[in-house]
Design a protein around this ligand. Structure first.
Ligand code: GTP
Ligand code: MG
Length: 396
């Protein structure tokens, strides 16, 4: 091989080596980026997420459109917000029983301190009666309790404070009446489906708030609820109900304009509750003064139109515990206008006059079924006479 051939061969080898190095460097550069496969995955993951989100959005969209069909106004707010999980009824009962037992109307405590005196004078007995009257127990019941206490040999002879307390507790329990059925018709075995609850009362007693709290309680029990905003007096009233309902994913049937006929909303709500097979229909009504005859007639009409589709199981009269004996006058007129099956005593958390429980039950012959113990969403409790009496007796 001559010199030229050797040089040519070396040049070829050098070129081949250089080409090899160049290709190797390109490979390494490529390895620092995703391989063909991982690039595809990196692309496919967001694509998959998009697809999933798209699917969820589509699902929300479809339920939103269901809501829109059922409830043309503000339907989106029900469907698009995640529903809150209300407190379970057993946990709220324990919490609220404790709250009720700490109620700020310890008139029983005042009675107790009089009754444990060494010698009870006439003026002491007058103090006992005054204490009962101030707590809104009502004249008739107060007199009866004083007579019973005076006649009771144990009071005259008993000096042990614990025994006096136990006796007083027993008498107050009898006055509050432990024998009544305080359950809501909707919660009884074999309840109608849908069961109907209509909320009534004068202005500002807590009807809408209680309707909202009640809906939460039923949702917590796994029941399906439809609400009817038959307070068409102010647009804000339906919006207020809608806010409560949206939090727990409940459908509200409401009028599209302020001033619409409340009975027609109630009729529509009953029809929708029936068609959708809901467990419950809760109808909120506008506050009204009991002396406005036309407004009281309107309540009767609301009841009658609902009854074209469903039977009305429960009419709850919502009374503000702080209004005292005025509440009694209201209660009677409402009972005549629409029939009342139970009383909700609201704002008991801020009232020193828990005795209204006794007077209203006596006056109407219907039990206090629920008590409002605050503005919080889960501050509604079934009325428990024992916790209530412990509350009015105050701590040991
Ligand atoms: N402290 C306390 N406040 C309550 C309770 N129940 C309701 N409220 C408050 O009372 C006010 C009136 O409540 P609403 O539910 O709007 O009363 P309403 O009866 O629907 O009023 P109208 O529809 O205007 O007649 C609100 O500020 C509620 O938060 C309760 O049990 N305790
Ligand atoms: Mg209201």
């Amino acid at each position: 091989m001559n010199t030229y051939a050797i040089i040519a061969l070396i040049c070829v080898v050098v070129v081949l080596i250089a080409a090899g190095i160049f290709i190797g460097m390109r490979r390494r550069g490529n390895d620092s980026r995703p391989s063909g496969q991982s690039q595809a995955q990196a692309k496919s993951q967001p694509a998959q997420r998009e697809a999933e989100e798209g699917g969820q959005a589509a699902q929300l969209g479809s339920s939103g459109s269901d809501e829109r069909q059922a409830e043309p106004v503000q339907a989106g707010s029900v469907a698009s917000k995640a529903a809150e999980k209300p407190e379970s009824s057993s946990s709220s009962m324990t919490r609220l029983k404790a709250k009720l037992a700490k109620s700020p109307n310890p008139f029983g405590k005042a009675l107790f301190s009089i009754l444990t005196k060494d010698h009870l004078s006439e003026s002491d007995w007058e103090d006992v009666e005054d204490t009962l009257l101030r707590a809104d127990v009502g004249a008739e019941a107060s007199e009866q309790l004083v007579d019973e206490l005076r006649a009771d040999a144990r009071v005259r002879g008993e000096k042990d404070p614990q025994a006096v307390r136990a006796m007083l507790r027993e008498k107050l329990l009898a006055l509050v009446d432990t024998g009544q059925d305080r359950s809501l018709a909707a919660s009884r075995p074999g309840a109608a489906k849908p069961s109907v609850i209509i909320m009534v009362g004068v202005n500002g007693t807590g009807k809408t708030t209680t309707a909202g709290k009640l809906a939460r309680l039923f949702v917590a029990e796994g029941k399906s609820v439809v609400m009817g905003a038959a307070d068409t007096f102010r647009a804000a009233a339906a919006a207020q109900l809608q806010t409560w309902a949206s939090k727990v994913g409940v459908q509200v049937v409401r009028a599209e304009r302020e001033g619409a006929d409340p009975a027609s909303v109630a009729f529509e709500a009953a029809q929708q509750a029936k068609e959708s097979g809901a467990d419950l229909l809760i109808v909120d009504t506008a506050g009204r003064l009991q002396n406005k005859a036309n407004l009281m007639d309107e309540l009767g009409k609301i009841r009658r139109v609902v009854e074209k589709n469903l039977s009305v199981d429960e009419v709850l009269l919502v009374l503000d515990a702080t209004t005292g004996q005025n509440g009694m006058v209201q209660a009677k007129v409402f009972a005549e206008a629409i029939g009342v099956t139970g009383i909700v005593l609201t704002k008991l958390d801020g009232s020193a006059r828990g005795g209204i429980v006794v007077s209203v039950q006596r006056e109407l012959g219907v039990p206090v079924k629920l008590v409002g113990l605050g503005e919080g969403p889960d501050d509604l409790s079934s009325f428990d006479p024992e916790s209530f009496v412990d509350g009015i007796l105050g701590g040991e």
